[in-house]
Design a protein around this ligand. Structure first.
Ligand code: SF4
Length: 248
């Protein structure tokens, strides 16, 4: 019932955000997402919505990445299902010791279904190679599995509904270290508004797993001077994983 209530409240929170989106952009991003009688539903209480979203956040026993993938592929929990081309689940080793987590797919990812492709993805690949690893030895995923229109930041209600998929991925993969990419993923997972410049450079904890925030590759493409700090972050990750650091 607790999970059911949380899912219901998340849905209500999302409805409220969709109304804001409606005011800001018109019907482009919310058409089909709001039930016909949304106002009546909100006015008459939460029970019906809670039943519709019943228990989606429960962590199943004997969970598998394939089972989560199947759920994500057909997921319509939030309105991003109506604007996505492909869901973007995650790629890499199911037993990776290092997991990179971004915020959400962009246009290239939405087209291909793979996280971190395009120019930013190539830079991430280069960063991984510089660590002495490869894309198939780490795991790469996003908090949201569907692209927000116009690459806007994820809405809190979308995160609330989608983050359980990521939690399940993490519980199955059990990485030794999580490295978040960019302000939004770090702030979202750590539930804080502290700037990425203050969060990076030290380890935090996400559900018991050491988490180190660093800059997003797309930010590094715009601000190459931040690459030095990012490399310092990645060296901390390497140190934690017992990977030898060049020149140390
Ligand atoms: S963003 Fe997440 S919760 Fe929303 S439709 Fe996609 S998979 Fe489902």
């Amino acid at each position: 019932m607790l999970n059911s209530s949380r899912a219901g409240l998340a849905r209500l929170s999302l409805l409220s955000e969709e109304l804001e989106t409606l005011q800001r952009y018109g019907t482009r991003f919310v058409t089909g997402a709001l039930p016909d009688n949304w106002l009546e539903r909100i006015m008459t209480g939460t029970s019906e919505i809670m039943e519709q979203t019943d228990n989606k956040e429960t962590m199943p026993e004997n969970d598998t990445l394939d089972a989560i993938l199947a759920e994500v592929t057909g997921c319509e929990k939030c309105s991003l299902a109506t604007t996505r081309t492909k869901t973007v689940f995650g790629v890499g080793s199911p037993s990776a010791k290092l997991m990179f987590i971004g915020e959400a797919p962009g246009a290239d990812e939405d087209k291909t279904g793979e996280p971190f492709v395009g120019r930013a993805g190539k830079l991430l690949t280069d960063m991984i190679l510089a660590m002495g690893l490869s894309r198939d030895r780490v795991y790469i995923a996003n908090i949201l599995k569907c692209r927000p229109p116009d690459n806007r930041n994820p809405l809190p209600g979308e995160v609330e509904l989608c983050e359980p998929y990521l939690k399940r991925q993490i519980r199955i993969i059990r990485p030794a270290v999580i490295c978040t990419l960019g302000a939004v993923s770090a702030q979202t997972l750590l539930k804080t508004n502290v700037a990425i410049s203050k969060l990076r450079g030290k380890f935090h904890s996400y559900e018991g797993t050491p988490l180190l925030p660093t800059y997003h590759p797309a930010y590094l493409l715009r601000n190459p001077s931040a690459k030095k700090a990012t490399w310092e972050d990645l060296k901390m990750v390497m140190d934690k994983l017992g990977i030898s650091i060049p020149g140390k």
